[in-house]
Write a protein that binds this ligand. Structure first.
Ligand SMILES: Cc1ncc(COP(=O)(O)O)c(C=O)c1O
Length: 365
């Protein structure tokens, strides 16, 4: 198929741009001697995960929900970390069953009761799980405090079937801080917490082979700190409008060369009835709006002004748009946008090369 034949609105992946992003990250981790476990919650796609492992320098993936982990493991991904807490009885059973499908499976924990629940689940199923103690390193989301880490890790070590692998220290709240110096300043608190938690583990005689964390906004900081062994970046692979507008270490926007926009919602004009505006057929059911409006790729005179359920209003002061014109929208936030679609339309060289299912679409439980 040619691009003209794609029915809109469609979730489109520019495979050349995706590959460039994956190779750039692979080069980065190789040059810096750090490992990469990309975040699969962003793309929810077994095909993208496979490509991250094949050419992108990743040795495994993260996901956020047990149902996502099930979807990835069933699709053949063999190393999956649920970078989150699992505390529901049914979910614990489902998690503990997963290694029997042939995958190495990890999970986070942030209190002693959570360790006991995981230990009971693996005992019921005769399996083993890797366990990371999640540290609250400043985001005030999940995570134990520095003073609690060693006791939780000791309980993991003592539980048959649980393997203590180290710490998860992800600071989500600093990822979109606009300037690089301000993000560097925010990372100082993270580094202090991680350093103290590692010292507490060492004092307790507990080895800490893994410290995992970092996102697209911060990964050079985790890497340069020397405290981390593994990065968990997700959005770099697609690059959305919300990440694109923040500064990288060079002071340039992240979408100004460091990373390419690979994910688009392809839409077409269906009304030009109102003066100075065109209305397209992709709204909030085709892309999320909570992180801002989409950018119109490659059309500097056109801006998206509003999204409603099925409509997108484009300001077109010079009246350049006509019915049927196609626009490439860079969504505000890739993760929730992807979850709205069944399929990626994969393009290469201006033609449709493949359709990839959004493998873990709707896997929220
Ligand atoms: C636990 C965890 N690790 C890593 C990430 C990194 O994702 P991104 O690179 O898309 O910011 C996230 C994103 O929310 C996350 O929740």
């Amino acid at each position: 198929m040619t691009i003209d034949q794609i029915q809109t609105p469609a979730l489109v992946l520019d495979l050349d741009a995706l590959d460039r992003n994956l190779r750039r990250m692979a080069d980065f981790v190789e040059q810096h001697g750090i490992t990469l476990r990309t975040h699969g919650k962003m793309h929810k796609s077994a095909d993208v995960a496979r490509r991250q492992i094949e050419i992108g320098g990743a040795h495994g993936i993260c996901c956020q929900k047990v149902s996502e982990a099930e979807a990835f493991v069933r699709a053949g991904i063999r190393d999956v970390l649920v970078s989150n807490q699992v505390r529901d009885a049914v979910k614990l059973d489902r998690l503990a069953r997963l290694p029997a499908l042939g995958a190495r499976v990890g999970v986070c924990v942030d209190d002693l009761a959570g360790v006991a629940e995981l230990a009971a689940a693996v005992a019921r199923h005769g399996t083993e799980l890797d366990v990371l103690v999640e540290l609250d390193c400043g985001a005030r989301r999940c995570g134990a405090s520095v003073s609690e880490v060693a006791a939780i890790a000791r309980a993991v070590e003592a539980a048959p079937g649980l393997r203590f692998r180290g710490l998860q220290a992800y600071q989500g709240a600093m990822q979109h801080v606009q300037t690089w110096p301000a993000r560097e300043a925010a990372f100082a608190e993270v580094a202090e917490a991680v350093r103290a938690a590692k010292a507490a583990l060492a004092a307790a005689g507990l080895p800490c082979p893994t410290v995992t964390g970092g996102g697209t906004g911060s990964y050079p900081l985790e890497t340069a700190s020397g405290l981390y062994t593994e990065l968990q970046c997700g959005s770099y692979a697609f690059m959305d409008a919300d990440y694109g507008r923040i500064d990288g270490p060079d002071g340039q926007r992240l979408d100004a060369g460091a990373w390419d926009n690979a994910l688009f919602v392809l839409t077409q004009v269906m009304s030009t009835a109102g003066p100075g505006r065109a209305v397209c057929d992709a709204g909030l059911k085709a892309m999320s709006g909570e992180s801002g409006l989409p950018l119109v790729q490659g059309r500097s005179g056109l801006t998206c002004e509003d999204l409603s359920d099925e409509h997108c209003r484009i300001a077109d002061p010079d009246g350049v748009l006509s019915i049927g014109d196609k626009l490439w929208l860079v969504p505000g936030h890739c993760d929730p946008t992807v979850n709205l679609h069944d399929w990626y339309v994969g393009l290469r060289g201006g033609r449709v090369e493949t359709l990839w299912p959004v493998t873990a679409r709707g896997k929220l439980w």
